[in-house]
Ligand binder design. Structure first.
Ligand SMILES: Cc1ncc(COP(=O)(O)O)c(C=O)c1O
Length: 376
């Protein structure tokens, strides 16, 4: 039996063209030099490739390339944003985030809490959304930073970062957005958003694992301190030899995401709607999270039937029963608990995520496989 891949929110395969671009920056006949070796052509060519990739990433998100710092992924970007701003803080000690965030933000905020920062943990509304009014009500004179995600990795729900950003800016705090799940799915224009810091990851958008970036806008410059020291790379914000091949892969994947976005999103919206309608017509199946304010790529469903067994389904479908990004733990999803589900409903919930290579036959097979797991 073919195991159909429905876990694009956990990771995506690297696009074939992206792999070719990466290969051209690895071997001895390629651009393998150290981008920091400015004195010879090997280094200069590698630097050129890194800067091209920076422009490609910047282009997808409407940023200035000079405002992007390479990291090892969105986990590190989130750590740098939160800890870096906290380390540079003068006076302000209050941070606002939500119970729906990825562990890379939750655990980092908890760490800062243990170091004496005060954290307000926002609860989502019944739809799993963090409303701008809730954020505005939490803001204080001493609020340093607000950190929220753009697209929720478990639910696929969308946060209104444009409105929230305006509210945060009015109060003089910085706004960090984790956009790991958003690139290639929603249009992002940092030039017009009141966002100061934004985290990106390559492997959610058909690029390689282990590479990401943090956007540090002009307002945040000087208000953030490096968390990795050693050589002063990346304008002193993140030291370490740049991984040319990974960076080239991220640039190439993001350029492709920009080219394909409209067409790909139209196709996935069609497939996502078919999957959603097919599954919601089955007995006991409910959608977790808002039905409207979402991307079509990620569906989270509670299969509220005592006989339903997630294990049976995992023989035919590759999906996540809790956030794959958290699968170091088998605890019920903190996101679903925050939404008001009890532990047993959370355990009977599944996340199906679609992507570039999902076909209609995969969608049909998924509906059939889930139907098969329910009483006839
Ligand atoms: C919303 C979100 N933030 C951060 C991460 C972590 O990204 P990375 O794997 O690049 O560290 C993920 C996925 O794992 C994610 O979905």
């Amino acid at each position: 039996m073919t195991e159909r891949y429905f876990d694009y929110a956990a990771t995506t395969p690297i696009d074939d063209g992206v792999i070719q671009d990466m290969l051209a920056h690895m071997g001895r006949d390629s651009t393998f030099g150290n981008p920091a070796s400015a004195s010879h052509s090997y280094g200069q060519r590698a630097r050129h490739a890194v800067e091209k990739a920076r422009r490609q990433v910047a282009e997808l998100v409407g940023a200035n390339a000079d405002n992007l710092v390479w990291t090892s992924g969105a986990t590190e970007s989130n750590n740098l944003a939160l800890k870096g701003v906290a380390a540079a803080a003068q006076g302000r000690r209050h941070i606002v985030t939500s119970n729906l965030e990825h562990k890379a933000v939750l655990d980092t905020a908890r760490q800062l809490e243990s170091e004496g920062f005060e954290v307000t943990w926002l609860q989502p509304d019944a739809d799993g959304l963090i409303q701008p009014e809730a954020v505005a009500a939490a803001l204080r004179e001493d609020t340093l930073l607000v950190s929220l995600m753009c697209v929720n990795n478990e639910l696929g729900t969308l946060t209104d970062i444009a409105t929230i950003g305006e509210r945060v800016r009015q109060r003089g705090a910085l706004f960090h957005v984790d956009a790991a799940q958003a690139t290639g799915k929603v249009a992002i224009d940092l030039a017009s958003l009141a966002v100061d810091l934004m985290s990106f990851s390559a492997h959610k958008s058909y690029g390689p694992k282990g590479i990401g970036a943090l956007y540090v806008g002009e307002r945040a410059r000087g208000l953030i301190q490096a968390q990795i020291h050693g050589g002063g790379h990346e304008q002193g914000l993140r030291s370490g030899t740049l991984a040319t091949h990974q960076i080239v892969g991220m640039g190439s994947a993001f350029a492709l995401a920009g080219e394909l976005m409209e067409e790909e999103n139209r196709r996935i919206a069609g497939l996502g709607a078919q999957l959603r309608e097919g599954l919601l017509s089955l007995p006991g199946v409910r959608l977790n999270g808002c039905a409207r304010q979402r991307v079509p790529h990620t569906l989270n469903l509670c299969i509220d039937h005592p006989w339903f067994n997630v294990e049976n389904l995992s023989r035919s479908l590759a999906f996540s029963s809790t956030s794959a990004c958290n699968s170091a733990s088998s605890a019920p999803s903190h996101v679903l608990l925050a939404l008001g589900l009890d532990a047993s409903q959370a355990y009977r919930s599944i996340r199906l995520s679609l992507g570039r290579y999902t076909k209609l036959e995969d969608v049909e097979a998924a509906i059939e496989a889930i139907r098969h797991c329910l009483p006839q």
